[in-house]
Each structure stands twice: as structure tokens, then as C-alpha cells.
Design a protein around this ligand. Structure first.
Ligand code: F6R
Length: 242
């Protein structure tokens, strides 16, 4: 595992944007795994700027998002599909038909999970997976205790995650209780993983991911076993790393 520590959020975002842009420029038909949440927004803004100044193109890129709330339709303001459209896809030259987000209102979510895995496989697998990290060490919606061996599946969200995400909903009761997420096995299958973390409140989760035991009680710790993983951190998120 490599660790790149940048001064602050903006520097972390630029570093991650450059790392990925370099790869996309080398392999224009790259398959990207994407995350939502606050952390990757700065990187997405840099990608948008690069597309505008023609130093980057997503014309040949395919994307698969990590997760989606179960029960939210794609056009719901808090769905992750809507988030991706609003924060990234509408501003870049990507083919919308090649952007995939799990369907939160599939009539058969278990079957949908299998189809999502198949679609990733058919696209040739994920070349670069972008991740954030939760304060409890979750990646995607893989909460502590989640089996390391899972592909895309349905999960029950922990109370701490629902509370953290309630800032985007009118009230805690409006936060869905379940989600569809790529599993830890899906994430480990990606050829390269880039995890972003910013802020002091992520420092303990980052420390345990890098130096703690590899244990299902801290999902991000599995990344210690990934052959090509880089943590791009700001100084605050790295502050517990000796
Ligand atoms: C979102 C996702 C989550 C977030 C994590 C951190 O698609 O997979 O695991 O990456 O909850 O969220 P932020 O970046 O908002 O702190």
C-alpha cells in the first residue's frame, strides 16, 4: 500500500485527479469505479476543469458506482445516481449509457446485484476504483462485520452511517435503512484502488486501515492485502500515521 500525504483538501483532490487523469489519458477506454460522498467532490471538480481545457476526455470511459440507497428512484434528489449526474456526469463528455449506478428500485434487488457484477465483468473489470472511507472504516456501504468475500449485495446500514448521511435528508427517518453496494471482494478485484480521505475525523479510521489488523470489524483494513492501492490523504487525515 502506498500513502501520499498532501497539505490540505484541495491538494489531495488535485493529486488524485492527476493520478487518474494520467491513467485515462494512457488508456482512454478505462473502467472506473466511482464513489459519492463529500470527499471525491474536489477531485471531480478538477476532472471537470480538465475536460473543459481539453486535457482529459471521458469519451471512452465506462463508470460503475459503488453503491445506491435501496428504495430511492434514480431521480430522487438524494439518490446516488442523481448525485453523480449533478456533480460530475452532466459536466463531462462521458456517454451516459456507459455510466452505471445500482438501481435502488429494482423489483428484484438480489438478481440486480448479480447482473451488476456481470456487467462489470463484461466491461473487463474495474481498472481504477475510487473510494472514500467512513469514520467506522466502511468502504462503499460495507459496514464493520461485513464478510470480506462478498460481491455486490444488499446491506442494512448501521445507525452511525445513517446518522452521518442524515445531513442530506430532511430528517433521520427519511434516510433509507438499506442499500445496494459492491462488496469487499468486488473492490479487491479492481486493478488499482485509490482511497481518498480528508479531515481529522477520518484519521483514526485511516490509521486502523493502514496499521491495524486486517479484520472484518474494520472493512478498509482489507486494502492492506491489495497489490496496487494508494491512500491519498490530507495532513489532517494522516495525522495519526507515525
Ligand atoms: C459513497 C461511499 C461511502 C463514502 C464514505 C465517506 O459512495 O461509498 O463509503 O465514501 O461514507 O463519505 P464522505 O466522503 O462523505 O465522508
Amino acid at each position: 500500500m502506498k500513502i501520499a500525504v498532501q497539505k490540505d483538501y484541495d491538494a489531495m483532490s488535485l493529486c488524485a485527479a492527476r493520478l487518474t487523469a494520467e491513467e485515462i489519458n494512457k488508456h482512454p477506454e478505462l473502467v472506473l469505479g466511482l464513489a459519492t460522498g463529500s470527499t471525491p467532490l474536489g477531485m471531480y471538480r478538477n476532472w471537470i476543469r480538465m475536460v473543459k481545457d481539453s486535457s482529459l476526455s471521458f469519451a471512452g470511459v465506462t463508470t460503475f458506482n459503488l453503491d445506491e440507497y435501496l428504495g430511492l428512484p434514480p431521480n430522487h434528489p438524494q439518490s446516488y445516481r442523481q448525485f453523480m449526474n449533478e456533480q460530475l456526469f452532466r459536466y463531462i463528455d462521458i456517454n451516459p449509457a456507459r455510466t452505471f449506478v445500482p438501481n435502488g428500485i429494482s423489483p428484484d434487488p438480489l438478481r440486480h446485484c448479480k447482473e451488476y457484477d456481470l456487467r462489470i465483468e463484461k466491461a473487463g473489470g474495474i481498472d481504477i476504483q475510487i473510494l472514500g472511507i467512513g469514520r467506522n472504516g466502511h468502504i462503499g456501504f460495507n459496514e464493520p462485520g461485513e464478510d470480506f468475500g462478498q460481491l455486490t449485495h444488499v446491506v442494512k446500514l448501521s445507525e452511525s452511517t445513517r446518522q452521518a448521511n442524515s445531513r442530506f435528508f430532511p430528517s433521520l427517518d427519511d434516510v433509507p435503512t438499506h442499500a445496494i453496494t459492491m462488496g469487499l471482494k468486488s473492490i479487491m478485484k479492481a486493478r488499482k484502488v485509490i482511497l481518498l480521505a480528508s479531515g481529522e475525523d477520518k484519521s483514526e479510521a485511516v490509521f486502523r486501515a493502514v496499521f491495524g489488523d486486517v479484520t472484518e470489524s474494520h472493512p478498509a483494513s482489507i486494502l492492506q492485502l491489495h497489490p496496487n492501492c494508494i491512500f491519498v490523504l490530507d495532513e489532517a487525515a494522516a495525522s495519526k500515521i507515525p
